[in-house]
Structure formats: structure tokens, C-alpha cells
Design a protein around this ligand. Structure first.
Ligand code: ARG
Ligand code: ZN
Length: 466
């Protein structure tokens, strides 16, 4: 489900022209291999070109004792060009077999790219299926200090699965970039006694036989790959509904048993509150999971934020649940726009403190604004997140300050109407910074170019409070 086909097709076409030019002049027709990347200049190998995924069917069998995963992924996609071959992203693991529309396909591996060559070409706009049978011991990504460890992370009793930005490829083959969203079905088999927690809602009762239990989960709303999870282990559960009627599931590793009730009630309260501020909750259920793995961060996994080895407070729960609107329902097309996720979720923390009468957003803004002009936050423009330092504090805090500066400029009524219109207009879709600036200007009737430029794009402290 990708809505920016035109832009991507153009990039692919240009690459095709350049690649073909020396041989026999430009040729843009006929079957060609899909590009190895989806077109994000900062992450050139992430995602892939030439097709658009609508559904992932993930069947996984995982044994915590051996850390071995046996998987079958079936992808439903449609071609965005005539394809002689196409890539999937997959890191490590052994591929046994690939089939396209039920017919055996040949495949090669290079780095994290799995290239699939179907028996015959796939027509432009044709729907097709790809089935990949694979197995092995998943290896999380830990090669970058700024990102910590992410992907499929084995734990003593199961696995902790948080894949932002590009760790989905550590546990299933796919189009691993937020520009391609899809629905997901999960069928997860684990030793009896282990609980499997994936996105969305259970699509059947767990069944146990031969000492193994199979869980089925379905996320029917579009989801980016980095939000997919299959978090496994021993969990205490609490289930019910929020006061507003949304199914709510909290889960805690036994070591965090004391966090369970607060996680449950706070998640319910925040989901309902954000619905009054941002508009209707976009998904079929809410909740959260606390696992005994010290990730040092949380991730807003769709419908089930995951907290890594700490007792989450209201502020971080407010943050991860605000992401269900900003980041999950509305997703970025390019990583450079990450402030549209993190600046909004951080501003939501300020809004929650304001709502609770603890500290106004104005006071939070002023605390940050009072940082000296030499503070690092001022030389990192948050409107262009850097691939080598994606989750910089500026993307979060200066991103949130940008929203507060906007609120001061347009007034509360326009500002909160803007947040709701933004969430409604792009529900389940993709967004860019330009689109946000345009909507803000349209709804306020003001020229906001200088404000956004100073707050998002200049490597210095904005001079006026706006
Ligand atoms: N989006 C997450 C949050 O703001 C942070 C994810 C960080 N990812 C990582 N690999 N460290 O809550
Ligand atoms: Zn966040």
C-alpha cells in the first residue's frame, strides 16, 4: 500500500535510463529488475522498488532454547512496473525456497538483499504472491551505537521485537521501509507456556498440541514493517476495554508484575484522552507490553507499544500512544521527516502534563528555549533527521518546540483543529513536512514559512519566541 507511486516510479525510471544508456540507448519498457531500494536517499538499500505490498502472512515457529526460528512469509503485492526480478530485504537466516504465484522462483542473496527471479516476468500492475520459506537464528542489529540493539532480540524466555528503523528484515523478508504499509496476519507457534504477542487482535483462540501453542493475530489496518512485532515470553496479562470501549491488553514479564495494573489503566486513560484531542483512535485495540529486556528505549509497535526493561511512567505511555496517530496511522515517506513522529509524540507528553495540571506546554517550551545558544540542540535542524543520528534529541525536543511555536503563532483553536484535521486527512496514509506546513498555512491563513524555516531547518537557535 504505497501512495507515492509516481515519485518512486520516476526514480526507478531514471535509474533504468542510466543503467541502460551505454548499451543501446534509453529503454524504459519491457521487464526490468525492481530497484534494490525504495528511493530514500538517506537509506538507499532500505525497502525495494517495483512493487507495493498489500498483505504479509507471517507464519513463525520459534524455540527459545535453541533460538531457532522457522518461518514461511507469504506476501501479496502488486507490481508498479513490468518485473523480471525484484528484491526483498532479509538479514541473515537461510532461505530454503521461494515461490511466485505458486511456481518455484530462483533467488540470490547479497548483503541484506534477497533477489527473486520469477519463472516469467510479472506484468505492470499485476497482483502477485511471493512465498519465502526460511529458517535460522535471528540476529538483531547492534552495529550502530546511536540505535542500540533492535530487530528480533532473543531473550531468556522468548524474544523482544522492536524494529525501528530497519530491523524487520532480521525476522521476516519484506519491503522494509515505512513508505510501504500493509496489513498483517501472524501465526506464531511457541513452546506451551510461552505467550506470543503480535499486533492487532487475536484472530482465533490459541491452540495447543504436542507441547506447542499456536497464536493467531491480525492487524487489519495498514502498518509499516518496523512496527510489526512478535514479542514472545512468559507474560502476566490484563485484558478488558477502555472507558471509551476500545479493547485494551496489557502484558508484563513476571519481573515487572507490579507494572501491569498501572500500564493497563494508564494506557486506557491515554488512549481515550488522545481520541478527544487528536480524533478517533485509528486501530482496533490498544495496550502495551513490558518485557524483561533492557533496551533503553520503548517502541510504539502498532496497538502494542513495547517498553524495554523498565516500569513505564505516564509520560512515556503518553508518548507511545500518541504515536498510534502520529507515526503509525500517519507514516513518514522518508526518514528525514522523523520529527513528524517524534516531535508530535514529545509534544503529546507536554500536552499530557498540561492536561494533568503539572506543567504547561509553555513552561516546557521555555525550559528548552532557555538552553544556551551553544547547546547541541540548536545546531541539529530537526526537520531533516540525519541518517547517522536519526533519533537525536533535537528531532524529539526541538520538534516539539516547533509545534509549540506554531501553537503560539496560530492560537489554540486553530492549532488543535489543525492536529485533528492532519490526523483525519492522512489517516492510514503517508505524510511529509511540506504537507504539514501547507495545511498549517491554509488553516491559519498565515504565511508560516519563516517560522518553520527557523525551527526546523536552521542550524542555530531561533532568535524570536515567535
Ligand atoms: N520511536 C521510538 C520512540 O520514540 C524510539 C525508537 C528507537 N529505535 C532504536 N533502534 N533505538 O519511542
Ligand atoms: Zn517516539
Amino acid at each position: 500500500m504505497r501512495s507515492d507511486r509516481r515519485g518512486v516510479a520516476l526514480v526507478v525510471a531514471l535509474v533504468g535510463v542510466l543503467a541502460c544508456a551505454p548499451a543501446d540507448g534509453p529503454s524504459t519498457t519491457g521487464p526490468r529488475a525492481g530497484a534494490p531500494g525504495i528511493g530514500d536517499p538517506d537509506f538507499p538499500k532500505d525497502g525495494n522498488g517495483g512493487y507495493d505490498v498489500s498483505h504479509y502472512d507471517l507464519v513463525i515457529d520459534y524455540t527459545p532454547a535453541s533460538k531457532r526460528l522457522v518461518g514461511v512469509t507469504t506476501i501479496a503485492a502488486s507490481a508498479t512496473q513490468e518485473l523480471s526480478a525484484f528484491n526483498l530485504d532479509l538479514a541473515g537466516l537461510d532461505v530454503r525456497e521461494v515461490a511466485v504465484d505458486g511456481a518455484p522462483a530462483t533467488f540470490t542473496r547479497q548483503g541484506d538483499e534477497l533477489t527473486v527471479r520469477p519463472a516469467g516476468p510479472i506484468a505492470d500492475e499485476a497482483r502477485f504472491s511471493v512465498k519465502v520459506s526460511y529458517s535460522g537464528v535471528p540476529r538483531p542489529i547492534r552495529d550502530r551505537a546511536d540505535l542500540g540493539t533492535y530487530g528480533f532480540i532473543p531473550t531468556a524466555d522468548g524474544a523482544f521485537v522492536t524494529s525501528e528503523p530497519n530491523g524487520a528484515k532480521t525476522w521476516f523478508p519484506g519491503n522494509d521501509h515505512p513508505a510501504d504499509k500493509a496489513a498483517f496476519d501472524f501465526t506464531i507457534t511457541v513452546p506451551a507456556g510461552v505467550t506470543a504477542l503480535a499486533n492487532g487482535e487475536m484472530s482465533g483462540k490459541p491452540t495447543t498440541s504436542g507441547g506447542k501453542t499456536t497464536y493467531r493475530w491480525r492487524e487489519r489496518h495498514p502498518m509499516v514493517t518496523y512496527l510489526a512485532t512478535a514479542t514472545l515470553g512468559k507474560f502476566e496479562l490484563r485484558q478488558g476495554r477502555t472507558s471509551g470501549g476500545i479493547p485494551n491488553l496489557a502484558a508484563a514479564d513476571p519481573r515487572f508484575r507490579s507494572s501491569l495494573d498501572r500500564l493497563y489503566t494508564t494506557s486506557a486513560e491515554l488512549t481515550d484522552y488522545w481520541a478527544t484531542v487528536f480524533g478517533p483512535y485509528p486501530f482496533g485495540s490498544t495496550g502495551g507490553v513490558v518485557d524483561d529486556y533492557a533496551a533503553g528505549y520503548a517502541l510504539e509497535n502498532q496497538t502494542k507499544p513495547l517498553y524495554g526493561g523498565f516500569d513505564p511512567d505516564e509520560s512515556i505511555i503518553a508518548h507511545e500512544l500518541a504515536h498510534q496517530w502520529f507515526g503509525n496511522s500517519l507514516s513518514i515517506r522518508r526518514w528525514k521527516d522523523l520529527w513528524l513522529n517524534e516531535g508530535f509524540a514529545t509534544y503529546a507528553e507536554w500536552l499530557w502534563a498540561e492536561h494533568k495540571g503539572r506543567r504547561t506546554a509553555e513552561a516546557a517550551f521555555t525550559d528548552y528555549y532557555n538552553r544556551p545558544a551553544t547547546d547541541e540542540i540548536w545546531n541539529y535542524p530537526p526537520g531533516r533527521a540525519r541518517p547517522d543520528d536519526l533519533f537525536n534529541d533535537s528531532v524529539y525536543s526541538r520538534g516539539a518546540m516547533t509545534l509549540h511555536a506554531l501553537r503560539r503563532a496560530v492560537g489554540d483553536q486553530t492549532f488543535f483543529a489543525l492536529l485533528r484535521t492532519w490526523a483525519a486527512d492522512h489517516r492510514y496514509g503517508h505524510v511529509t513536512t511540506d504537507e504539514f506546513v501547507q495545511l498549517a498555512e491554509k488553516m491559519s491563513g498565515k504565511d508560516l514559512g519563516a517560522l518553520f524555516d527557523a525551527w526546523l531547518f536552521q542550524p542555530r537557535k531561533p532568535s524570536a519566541l515567535g
